[in-house]
Design a binder for this molecule. Sequence first.
Ligand code: GLN
Ligand code: ZN
Length: 768
Amino acid sequence: MATIHNLGFPRIGAQRELKKALEQYWNKAIDQAVLLETGRNLRQKHWQLQADAGVEWLPVGDFSWYDQVLDLSLLLGVIPERFQTAGAVSDLDTYFRMARGRAPSGEPASACEMTKWFDTNYHYLVPEFIVDQNFTLSSNRLFDEVTEAINLGHQAKPVLLGPLSYLWLGKVKGEPFNKLDLVEELLPAYGEILNKLKAQGVEWVQLDEPILALDLPTEWQRAFELIYTRLQVKGLNKLLAVYFGPLKENLTLACKLPVEGLHIDAVRAADEIGTVLSWLSSYQVLSVGIINGRNIWRADLDTLLETLQPIKERLGERLWIAPSCSLLHVPVDLAQEEKFDPEIRNWLAFATQKLDELSTLKQALDHGVESCAETLSNARQMINSRHSSSRIHKPDVKRRCADVTPKIRQRTSPFETRMRQQTYLGLPLLPTTTIGSFPQTAEIRQARHQYKTGELSETDYQAVMKNEIDLVIRKQEAMGLDVLVHGEPERNDMVEYFGELLDGFAFSQYGWVQSYGSRCVKPPIIFGDVSRPKAMTVAWSCYAQSKTDKMMKGMLTGPVTILNWSFVRDDQTRAETCQQLALALRDEVCDLEQAGIKIIQIDEAALREGLPLRKGDWQHYLDWAVNAFKITASGVSNKIQIHTHMCYSEFNDIMPAIAAMDADVITIETSRSDMELLEAFEDFHYPNNIGPGVYDIHSPNVPSVESIIDLMNKALEHIPAERLWINPDCGLKTRGWPEVEKALVNMVSAAIFLRTGRSGKKSDSNSL
Ligand code: GLN
Ligand code: ZN
């Protein structure tokens, strides 16, 4: 018999119950008992659902109030000093303070840093280690949940981030030291956890070590041997789980570790299965992560069975099957979706459906394909319909992609020539601009919502939006900004807006995926060849341009960002899908030129996020990503000024790729890092115009004129004034008008001062 297990189930709830309860608790609308009850109910429901699908070893510890890495920090007592209370044990409120930034006194304290979980769109809270870090078990939650699962009659398999991945993901604070020095302290703590679990009657524990799918320094590889040799608890089996990529040079290391089972990502590392099998010891279990935990497509069960059958013959009972990684990264249940086109719906599988797929695979492996012939045949039909559907395959789009030549991704002339031809724009030295969106007030959101539900007619909706654009233009003119924007009131989200207007996209009603804490995203689903039925932004941009004599910047989201924030089809490469997006957006850029827009910004907020986990794969990604951007940007004449925007500051390591995008102007986030980014310019000459952010839009504080001048002076040490712009870090949509107006007035004053040596308008320089 093959065994089904699961690495983790989405905890947020099919209806985002956890999100809602958390936010109510934080707003003091419910008390802790109600919150705890919501969590308990969700766990119970999710375990039952998994058990009903035939999952034999149920994950416990995958539930989290905020983040599983933060859970582990609490369990191990890794609580930064600013959150500690004298003598008190860490409780749920300490936990939320760490996540959300409050000292025990209630005063703001900087929250634990949050960063991307490998190459997913989930974010974890970064553990902070100090030089004499202690690890003392400080939370009972995991053990309590194990008891809870056992009492419900389940076979609990606790899930824990392994010691080395935990250390790797943390950050050293204060005096520098090698994180591996903490191993001696950390090991006994893990030993204690495992012993306690054993005492509770646990048979299997899953230790996640996803860093084995990364490029690891030799000393970290060696640490694996050392730690896992010592981490032995008699009678307790360890399943070492690796996911998100192939093991590559860590393969033999992983296979030789003294653990009772190994889980591999058989989706992303399908071609390693054979080698892993040949290294596996005769006592070890192999968990084959065969169902894609990172995507929402129905699996091709016939093909998967072909892979699994020989493994089953070889391993027998020692074969486990599972999703490739935790199902945290996919929505909960397709069954509750009511609005999908039936054809598209047939192609999909969310977390719950993925467990059903595992169950069918097990049935076929244990009892032969005849035993589930009907299910398999249904699945086959749907897969075949996807292969041949004219909803997906558009000969025109495919032809256009095949015809792409290097020429179409090249602007007509090099940057210097373009710059000369763009002087007609009449921009001053150090031009000021913003990144696109202005505060999205409740009224704007309401109007968009009412328009969607039909409560507001097209004409009335247009009127509300135009009104807002008028207002935003008047404000920008009054503030004295040089290049204006229309403010993006019509956009709910920078990706969804375009997805809804492009062909080849589908949207779920409840396809939420946790991004961090209570925040969820509902990624669009790119199911087919992408094309643009009609212009998407031109009317808004033209309307806005008609209302001002200043330059109005056209605004669209770039192909790489749309790709990276969507569920992407798996029947062609990401590069191909990205190229289709690029061609569709290129038409939009050309239409904007035709309509008289002279400056066009193509946002690539998520370009860096798409970097593969292994450095060796970076160049290939950067090549196609940069090419896609260039396809989008290069259909226009030299006179058109192309801007791009990126929401991060660490691009020292990808600077050549950023330069290769050849945007006339790039605006980036820098204010929080105090222009540290610009140090990269010492080693690498960035040739085009650049606007390093001088206003941290993540905070309600208003930057003073002096602080902006200071930042710009730092920037001027690295980049000549002729190539510098002055702008905020990012869009202003989440901010309030009063602070935004003050900040931008200060920004303009700083620009005037820097241009003329004289101060501009008098301004408020205090924070609100
Ligand atoms: N133009 C977008 C805005 O201003 C850019 C947002 C982003 O970079 N995340 O909102
Ligand atoms: Zn941004």
